[in-house]
Design a protein around this ligand. Structure first.
Ligand SMILES: Nc1ncnc2c1ncn2[C@@H]1O[C@H](COP(=O)(O)OP(=O)(O)OP(=O)(O)O)[C@@H](O)[C@H]1O
Ligand SMILES: [Mg+2]
Length: 304
């Protein structure tokens, strides 16, 4: 047997095998990731997180806590100052330009501002989600292969907007535009979906609508979803797991299963820093009393 335990290359082989197993479990891994923006600003400060394949995670935190910075490390828009980011079994910062382009095809992205091309039809916007894997710019809808147009209609059907295919994108409501953006992201057939405040521009009813749709699609397609949100209540309804960020550090990390109202209010306190500001820099969220610090409605829908 050439692969015996005592061969010199064996340790490395086992390490690779172990890494492969870890990669199967965690679609996204951050290992000691620090991002120094200079001037004393740490966008991320020694973040260690594994995001399990097929799970929905919400990043909670105040403005400037590092949510967008973390998401941008996952699709390689930021490179860490130190530490490593692995996505779908690859080190994002050592795959090279071409490797990154290929990796990004598996990563759908949804933005707060939808980023649709307003004067274009809904269908054209969705077809454009395929651009990463087609050659050359498309000038009109007819330049997309029929199979692409058919698939785009299918995706629109999934988000409940097939009947709006030929309408100008900028004539849709905000909630509808975000649904189109979801359909566009699905054209890539992603396995990872990043959403940076996907409902921050929407009214509460449309926000819940979009969150429910994302949840449903995540389950149906076994997507690994990482989303930033501001609302604790929505996060609890949407996510399997909540991670609280503050000053670039992960200060809280817990499953939403069986979360009580009291625990939820503690999450809110720890993420907003209201209680902790008095308690000093130690992130001892669990020990802080929640009473009197609840600002979000937490009375219903806490468990799924
Ligand atoms: N390109 C950059 N150059 C310098 N500093 C940056 C850059 N991007 C982010 N930062 C800083 O890093 C920190 C984290 O910013 P980030 O945008 O990740 O916060 P956030 O949690 O997404 O906030 P928000 O809720 O307002 O979107 C902030 O202090 C921000 O000013
Ligand atoms: Mg942000």
């Amino acid at each position: 047997m050439s692969n015996h335990h005592t061969t010199p290359g064996d340790h490395r082989a086992k390490t690779t095998e172990l890494q492969r197993e870890i990669d199967d479990i965690y679609a996204v891994q951050l290992d000691h990731v620090t991002k120094d923006f200079g001037g004393g600003v740490l966008g991320l400060d020694d973040v260690n997180l594994g995001f399990r394949t097929g799970r929905v995670t919400v990043l909670l935190g105040l403005s400037g806590s590092g949510k967008s910075t973390l998401l941008r490390h996952i699709n390689g828009l930021h490179a860490p100052t130190s530490g490593t980011v692995r996505v779908l079994g690859q080190d994002v910062n050592s795959v090279g330009k071409r490797g990154l382009r290929e990796l990004r095809r598996n990563i759908g992205v949804i933005f707060q501002s939808f980023n649709l091309v307003g004067p274009m039809s809904v269908l054209e916007n969705v077809c454009a989600g395929q651009l990463g894997s087609l050659k050359g710019p498309r000038i009109s809808l007819m330049m997309y292969p029929k199979s692409v147009r058919r698939e785009a209609i299918e995706k629109l059907d999934r988000v409940g907007l097939a009947d709006r295919a030929y309408q100008r994108a900028d004539t849709l409501s905000g909630g509808q535009q975000q649904r189109v953006a979801i359909a566009r992201a699905l054209m890539q057939r992603p396995t990872v979906l990043l959403a940076d405040e996907p409902v921050a521009s929407l009214d509460p009813v449309s926000a819940l609508d979009v969150i429910n749709l994302l949840r449903q699609i995540a389950e149906e397609d076994n997507l690994t979803v990482i989303a930033s949100l501001h609302q604790v209540q929505l996060a609890i309804e949407f996510a399997d797991r909540i991670i609280g960020l503050r000053g670039g550090q992960a200060v809280l990390d817990r499953s939403t299963a069986g979360l009580s109202a009291e625990e939820a209010s503690t999450i809110y306190s720890s993420v907003s820093g209201m209680d902790l500001a008095e308690a000093g820099p130690s992130p001892a969220a669990k020990d802080q009393p929640a009473a009197g610090s609840v600002r979000t409605p937490l009375s219903s829908g806490l468990t799924r």
